[in-house]
Design a protein around this ligand. Structure first.
Ligand code: TXA
Ligand code: MG
Length: 352
């Protein structure tokens, strides 16, 4: 299959862009697949109410079919048509954070096929904060099932070229809307639990949710790497975001971390390995050898969220064998950053 790539600027959806989005919507309504930008990461979209589309999504990603998809909507009325009821908590959270990087889990009704929910009676739903995505949802009939637009197990794409790399030839269209704003997938909160529970940390933090709901819990398995329990979001059990090379996170006082990484880099280079270092703006100049990248500024963790997956992908492009990364503060959005980084590293952490 030939994959058409179209470029659309979110800030400038002119008539030509509109036409492309109408065509993209037709593709989805006819059971085809389109990758598109959201504010979090790129999504691989198909008609959420068509079981055949969901099957195609799993096939294109090489994803296990017990791992449910997120349904993307463009307005609250459409939400109410696919769930048993819209819980009070969902209304409050939607008021506060939609459109935005928050996914809510509710009880589904019969309109949503089990192929989309991986056999579950619940459905994950979000309204993305991106004009291209919202217009595409409207053009597609209102419901787009979209996992991140990467081959299963690879870091989520935050720029279109990585959708092209993973999905070219497998889907009908890729919409290139530039680098996404946030860079990490949405926060997932389960509203079917007695106390709403965070199943995946993201840009909307526990504190932000607590402010709206009063009470919030968190699935311990996603923050405690020693937990042997199964995470509640099926997708969180897979080794995700895995770069091709091995990755070690080094934690400790900055000067010790820098000298340890410099030492380990020297050793690996002597063994003929290609080495990548994930540092920050403040430490980048302190590393001596290897391919050194800054992932952002510690004082503004959003910059780190924005760059993390891109940096991991760039190291894949450069065929590094070994990567060393600094560790980050585990509070606020740092919780999401560390959750993704720990998964990318397969929980390989050295504490100094
Ligand atoms: O930001 C995002 O959420 C992006 C963009 C494209 O919207 N999408 C995304 O989808 O990250 P995906 O498929 O890569 O991750 C969806 C996660 C998986 O871990 C899945 O197991 C979980 O959501 N999930 C979906 N439906 C669920 C349900 N009914 N119950 C529990 N977990 C669910
Ligand atoms: Mg994903």
């Amino acid at each position: 299959m030939e994959t058409k790539v179209v470029v659309i600027e979110e800030k400038n959806i002119d008539n030509k862009a509109k036409e492309e989005l109408v065509k993209a919507g037709e593709i989805i309504r006819n059971g085809g697949l389109v990758a598109f930008p959201t504010e979090t990461v790129y999504g691989l979209g198909g008609d959420a109410l068509n079981p055949e589309s969901s099957k195609k999504i799993y096939a294109a990603k090489g994803r296990p079919s017990d791992n449910p998809l997120i349904v993307h909507v463009a307005n609250m009325e459409d939400l109410s048509k696919i769930v048993k009821e819209v819980p009070e908590a969902a209304k409050k959270l939607a008021d506060a954070f939609w459109p935005g990087p928050l996914t809510m889990i509710m009880n589904k009704n019969d309109k949503v096929p089990y192929e989309t929910t991986g056999g579950l009676d619940t459905v994950a739903i979000r309204m993305p904060n991106n004009e291209i995505a919202l217009e595409l949802i409207r053009q597609s009939g209102g419901y787009i099932a979209a996992p991140s637009a990467n081959t299963s197990g690879r870091p989520s794409p935050t720029v279109a070229r990585y959708c092209v790399e993973d999905l070219s030839g497998k889907i009908e269209m890729i919409i290139d809307g530039g680098q996404v704003g946030i860079g990490l997938e949405s926060t997932i909160v389960d509203l079917t639990a007695e106390v709403p529970m965070i199943l995946r940390p993201g840009y909307i933090t526990a504190d932000m949710l607590k402010e709206v709901l009063g009470e919030i819990s968190i699935d311990r398995t996603i923050i405690d790497s020693t937990s042997t329990q199964k995470p509640k979001a099926p997708g969180m059990k897979y080794r995700h975001y895995a770069p091709k090379g091995s990755l070690m996170i080094v934690e400790g006082p900055q000067d010790k971390v820098v000298s340890y990484i410099n030492e380990k880099t020297k050793e690996a280079l002597l063994q003929g390995k290609r080495v990548g270092i994930i540092g920050t703006d403040a430490t980048k100049a302190l590393y001596n050898e290897g391919i050194i990248k800054s992932v952002g500024n510690r004082d503004d963790e959003k910059t780190i969220a924005h760059e993390l997956f891109k940096v991991l992908r760039e190291f894949d492009d450069e065929n590094v064998d070994v990567m060393f990364s600094e560790s980050f503060d585990d509070s606020g959005i740092g919780q999401a950053i560390m959750n993704r980084l720990l998964k990318a590293a397969g929980h390989n952490v050295t504490v100094l």
